[in-house]
Design a protein around this ligand. Structure first.
Ligand SMILES: Nc1ncnc2c1ncn2[C@@H]1O[C@H](COP(=O)(O)OP(=O)(O)O)[C@@H](O)[C@H]1O
Ligand SMILES: [Mg+2]
Length: 328
């Protein structure tokens, strides 16, 4: 549905996007992940025909962004970083205005406004001034304007930035609900955003593609095995260290348990997980259900954030490596 082939964008002598290629299949929801300044917005503006690429090709539903921009725009709904809202318009009035810009008229327009308002849940604020809406509602109105002409593709630039945690969850759910009917690319500089919303991820840093993979593969690859330090005490009497060790070894996802230290009825273990397995909660349960006291549980491994930083600060793009493991 979306194809980006060797796209480069230069602003004067500065290269903001450097030979980036990726594809997005129909109905997929893809996270475009990268730190600030990575080139996400620039790439999105190229896909939405607001900026021409300096080199390379991009197409949407088979239509080239340079050669057939009208066809592309017809199929794309775009939510820019700052939603294009008019604060002194009422929500209904604004959607009517945007719909007319998109060429909708009469019954068609009324029907689309009401369908879209239902979908993004803004029916109750139709007669409210946009200026008086909360940021979460404003973002939903922004998504509504992108959805109004029922485009195949939605391009959402940092759709949850600046929202509070509750609004973030609501917006994520809304976006997830739109996938399937629509092909979606959303950009973000926050890793959990991608994990919770997207099936696939395209990572860029300093204009270059760093990795593209399914979220599951990437999470596993980046998470690696987890090392957890576990400290256990006896509730009363002598600690049966061997019994504790056996319990820990039986937890699903555990590959190795090493006793590090033992004194005064207290023992310290280092537990290693299998690749990509999260074991901490189960370890805690195993200890407590065994009738022992859990006095400490700490992660000794790398966090996803650490590995992401490593990926995006590496000099060599990892795209070759990751694309081999791609299952999409
Ligand atoms: N119009 C412009 N002129 C010059 N440089 C720009 C322009 N727009 C963006 N840039 C630069 O291009 C780089 C990528 O920007 P952008 O695509 O906005 O990144 P992101 O959205 O990932 O934060 C940044 O270093 C930014 O300063
Ligand atoms: Mg941006």
């Amino acid at each position: 549905m979306i194809k980006v082939e060797g796209v480069t964008k230069r602003y004067a002598r500065f290269t903001a996007v450097d030979n980036v290629s990726f594809e997005v299949g129909k109905g997929q929801i893809v996270g475009f992940l990268g730190p600030n300044g990575a080139g996400k917005t620039t790439t999105m503006r190229i896909l939405t025909c607001f900026l021409p690429p300096s080199e390379g090709k991009a197409s949407v539903a088979g239509f080239d962004v340079l050669e057939q921009p009208m066809e592309v725009k017809r199929r794309i709904g775009y939510l820019p970083e700052t939603p294009p809202l008019y604060p002194d318009m009422e929500v209904g009035e604004y959607l009517d205005f945007v719909g007319k810009l998109k060429g909708l008229r009469g019954n068609d327009l009324a029907k689309r406004i009401s369908e879209t308002s239902d979908k993004v849940n803004i029916g109750d604020v139709r007669n409210k001034l946009i200026a008086k809406l909360s940021k979460g509602y404003r973002q939903r109105v922004g998504i509504a304007q992108a959805l109004l002409h029922n485009p195949d593709v939605l391009i959402l630039d940092e759709p949850t930035s600046g929202l509070d945690p509750k609004q973030i969850l609501e917006t994520r759910d809304l976006i997830k609900g739109l996938a399937g009917d629509h092909t979606i690319i959303l950009s973000t500089h926050i890793l959990p955003e991608v994990e919770s919303t997207c099936e696939r991820v395209v990572i860029i840093s300093k204009g270059k593609l760093v990795a593209t993979d399914t979220v599951d593969n990437l999470t596993n690859r980046m998470r690696g095995s987890e090392n957890v330090g576990v400290e256990v005490e006896s509730v009363e009497g002598t600690l049966d260290t061997k019994a504790v060790q056996r319990r820990l070894e039986q937890v699903s996802g555990v590959s190795k348990v090493v006793l590090r230290e033992e004194k005064n009825n207290r023992a310290n273990f280092e537990v290693e997980s299998l690749q990509g397995r999260s074991i901490r909660a189960d370890l805690a349960r195993a200890v407590v259900e065994g009738g022992f006291a859990l006095t400490e549980l700490k992660a000794a491994g790398m966090s996803l954030e650490d590995v992401f930083l490593q990926l995006t600060s590496a000099d060599q793009p990892e795209s070759d490596k990751s694309e081999k493991g791609e299952s999409a």
